[in-house]
Design a protein. Structure first.
Length: 68
């Protein structure tokens, strides 16, 4: 799995109530980050942790984004 290209998407999910903050903005009562990984074959999977912690930049000599 670590040698095949993947794309990581994240979604920010927030729920607001009708109350206003002192700044006049709606109060957020719940906020979550959701992560979905898309494999080269089109398969998707929901990731339940912070997967970006396992990612690293491409090293010198590895195929670039255009090549992938």
């Amino acid at each position: 799995m670590g040698l095949r290209p993947r794309v990581l998407f994240y979604l920010e999910h927030a729920i607001q109530d009708a109350s206003l903050t002192r700044a006049g903005e709606r109060r957020i009562i719940s906020k979550r980050m959701l992560y979905v990984e898309l494999a080269a074959d089109g398969a998707t999977r929901h990731l339940h942790y912070a997967p970006y912690l396992d990612y690293r930049p491409l090293a010198e000599g590895e195929p670039g984004v255009d090549a992938i």
